[in-house]
Ligand binder design. Sequence first.
Ligand code: ZN
Length: 581
Amino acid sequence: MRSRLFTGICAILLAVGLLSGTRALAGPPPAEAAYQKARRAYYSFRNDKERRKFRHNWKNVAAKFEQLVDGFPKSSRVPDALFTAGRLYHDLYLISRLPADLDHSIELFGKLVKDFPGDHLADDAQLFVAMAWIELKKNQGKAKEALAYLVEHFPDGDVAPKARRMLEDLGGTAAAVKKPSAAKKPPVNQVQKDNSAKHAVLEKIRHWSNPGYTRIALYTRAKVRYKVGRLAADEKQGTPPRLYIDLAACELGDELTRPEPVQDRVVSRVRFAERDDGSLRVVLDLGGKNSYRVFPLDTPERVVVDITRGQDDEDAVARVIGQKLPKKPTRAEVAKLKKKSKPGVSLSMMAGLKIKCVAIDAGHGGKDPGAIGSSGVFEKKIALKIAKRVAELIKKNLKLDVILTRKGDYFVPLEGRTAIANEHNADLFVSIHLNAHRNRKFRGVETFYLDLTDDRYSIKLAARENATSEKSISDLKYILADLALKSHVDDSIRLSRLVQKNIVRTLRSHYKQVKGLGIKPALFYVLIGARMPSILIETSFITNPLDEKRLKSTAYQKRLAEGIVAGIAEFIKERDKFLDP
Ligand SMILES: [Zn+2]
């Protein structure tokens, strides 16, 4: 059955291919038609749980792309086709565990890297190869080779910082590792093509919402300049108030041809209009009065729009109090509360807010392994184990609700993590990570809160956790300076101090040589825009032999979790004492 279907497709492709020489009529060229057909098959397969259970269906869809590669080797769609087929075999391997599937995936990605080094997917493909060697094939030597190749041939690509970091963790350097024999400089014409491929294209939109807040991320492939403005409601035309973001020199991607329905109370939908000056206008139809903030993130490039219902000027006080009191306070009441505020007492404490829900964020996941230990253990795996244990303890001992930003080994974008916490109205946000340093002697526990900082070490660490460059971090500082990030900073500092203290205390009662490195401010993407006190814990150094050995043991993970939860408990107790003395 399957083979007959294939023969059928091959025959059609062949026929179309033969005709293409004399084709003079309008309509998509045959390669494009084949590609679109493969893509449609791919999307319907992805959405079909039943079909995904059978190996032959995976192979069937991948074959459609491979036939395009063989039938139209000169088509500009070939890199895309190789990448998609490579992904399919990679994902299939995760189910089948047949080495042949993984080998074939590596082969397809390798062909993309070798034959199309100028394509924007080449560096992503190479990263897949490196990840396969280290994570699935447990071959550090091959992984180092693949990473060194990536760093050397795609030094400016968006995955280069991550590759450099992984290579460093594995104890390799780009220069010290021998190039694979297939290493070739990309031909000149393909380098030029690469530059044109880096034009900004709005490829994808993601959104997260809760009744009073919406976050929208615009993924643009390349860095864009943007302008933000408002348009008032027009009753005659029946148009609602709108917010627009003009993305300079940017076009609309193939997948966003229709308006994007959001349909929450803050944003009803997102529309697009390509303008004569080459910019792309993104229009958000809004549900009512609101305030907004817009900031860019990189790796991958995206513009994040946060919209909050109500006026931000009365700031957190009004919002926080609005949740507790039956009626919204007047301006005078807000001013009085602000005046009464004393150091060490946060606005949310004054408003008498009880803590009901804690968001626990296990760092990294999926294609982002985080730091790698010398034994090949991944930060993402241990962070998840600790996070799950923390969640359990919070539910059992503190009787609070818990939201995990990820429950398995999959990728969640950084801006999605706080958005998940905001969506669920979490009252605290705790992100769990494992530290790494080039110097393998570095060890110990440290806890961070979001704030502006000039500290070199904090910037370096943030660059690492954000998978971006130190330069981006210092750029971000200027953007952040005008964000209302101060609203929870007192609570965040206190939470970080209590959690840090309790982790070190708990570990010391069971282990010798436990090093406490204290609390520090840092600019972590994951903490930006959190509407609750938020901290990031670097539990211990995966790059230090003693710390790594401990991190891998269930007992140490358990003690870390106990320390974290004891810190949260003390934070809540202090608050309750203030609320009911
Ligand atoms: Zn991390």
